[in-house]
Design a protein around this ligand. Structure first.
Ligand code: DAV
Length: 377
């Protein structure tokens, strides 16, 4: 069989999807402690300081879910690539630090940001994820060979010394009163310092010319600024929401077609200009219903709002976690064709349907969906 010709291009979250990367769960670790992550799951046999592969049973189910999702996409004519596994239980180091384990590669969305003909490797901000881009290198090398217009980019690799994290952040956080925690939230005062640019690709949501970038536990202001300088043809909006310890924007602000964005009713935007920008440009901001799930999976560090973490196949068709009937009904009533896809069991591996995918090609052009801009935002 001839190898398919690759074309890299995707400007937004909803254009017709033709080529995508779907992550793999095999070998994912409950990572060794590091400044930014301190796993502590005594009830499941992993008290603080104990690390190792996630239990085999849950790895198996997660791998089956990902496999079935990849098959569903292939069945609809979408080309699907998978990352190369590494031995995630191996230590890794740079001249600045040594980390006892890596993490995994279930969430390509966290690492790879596709903007037009470019795929940008994010800095990441966990030491356990510093080398995760290597899982995607065989694919990126291939795209580079096959598509002469592909812009392959990588953000400056961060040092991730102790200076990149506020010392004792977690101990201090847990000693704060709720009021103090919300005050920190208003200021986006999270664990990462401003020493160097840091961002995960999943803190970015793409709307053609406009990119919304969330400050979070893994994305600092310098990271947002780096993206702004890197994409001078785009309008990069720094955003934050009323959410404690935020981590990735894709269960908070989820556009499904031009003029239709799902918003998280528990996480209003902190900047007033955020909602103004949508409203003045005629966007419908539709509140997602409460998650149907009431209990998270063991080892899951995401919130139940992963219910919103859906992925569009085109502006009419959206994949939604199969147990999330309230969201499926809502989208159905707004004229979407909804494909229920079981993915909940993959949440301990880092996310939901949007997280486990990264766009390579969506059919469409760069467009402006926000002709009216808000000065200073
Ligand atoms: O709201 O828990 C999870 C997204 C992970 N990529 C949340 C966000």
């Amino acid at each position: 069989m001839d190898s398919p010709t690759t074309k890299v291009r995707s400007w937004n979250e909803w254009d017709p999807l033709e080529h995508v990367i779907v992550g793999r769960a095999d070998g994912t670790m409950l990572q060794a402690p590091e400044p930014a992550v301190q796993p502590d799951w005594p009830e499941y046999g992993f008290p603080a300081g104990v690390f190792g592969p996630l239990p085999e049973e849950i790895q198996e189910v997660a791998s089956e879910r990902l496999e079935a999702f990849a098959d569903l996409l292939i069945g609809r004519g979408i080309r699907v690539d998978r990352p190369a596994l590494m031995e995630f239980d191996q230590p890794s180091s740079t001249p600045d630090w040594r980390q006892e384990t890596m993490f995994g590669c279930a969430s390509p969305r966290d690492v790879l940001l596709t903007v037009g003909e470019e795929i940008l490797e994010a800095t990441m901000s966990f030491r356990s994820r510093w080398y995760e881009y290597l899982c995607y290198r065989p694919l990126l090398e291939r795209y580079y060979r096959e598509d002469s217009a592909f812009r392959w980019e990588a953000a400056p690799k961060p040092r991730l010394t102790g200076g990149s994290y506020k010392p004792d952040f977690f101990r201090e956080w847990h000693s704060l009163t709720p009021d103090e925690q919300w005050r920190r939230t208003e200021e986006s005062d999270w664990i990462v310092t401003e020493k160097e640019p840091l961002f995960d690709a999943a803190d970015v949501v793409r709307f053609g010319r406009d990119l919304f970038v969330q400050r979070s536990m893994v994305t600092n202001r310098a990271g947002v600024d780096w993206l702004r300088r890197h994409f001078p043809r785009h309008r990069v909006h720094e955003v934050s929401y009323r959410e404690l310890l935020p981590w990735h924007i894709d269960a908070t602000l989820v556009p499904l077609r031009p003029g239709f964005v799902l918003v998280n009713p528990e996480r209003p935007a902190i900047q007033e200009a955020h909602d103004q920008l949508f409203r003045r440009n005629g966007w419908e901001m539709v509140k997602a219903p409460r998650p149907a799930r009431t209990e998270a999976m063991p080892f899951c560090t995401c919130s139940l709002w992963l219910s919103m973490n859906c992925v569009s196949l085109d502006p009419k068709t959206v994949c939604v976690e199969a147990s999330e009937t309230p969201l499926m009904d809502l989208l159905d009533s707004h004229g979407f064709e909804v494909l229920p896809v079981p993915m909940f069991e993959v949440s301990p591996f880092g996310g939901g349907l949007h997280c486990v995918t990264a766009d390579v090609f969506r059919h469409g052009e760069l467009e402006d969906y926000f002709a009216v801009q808000i000065p200073g935002f």
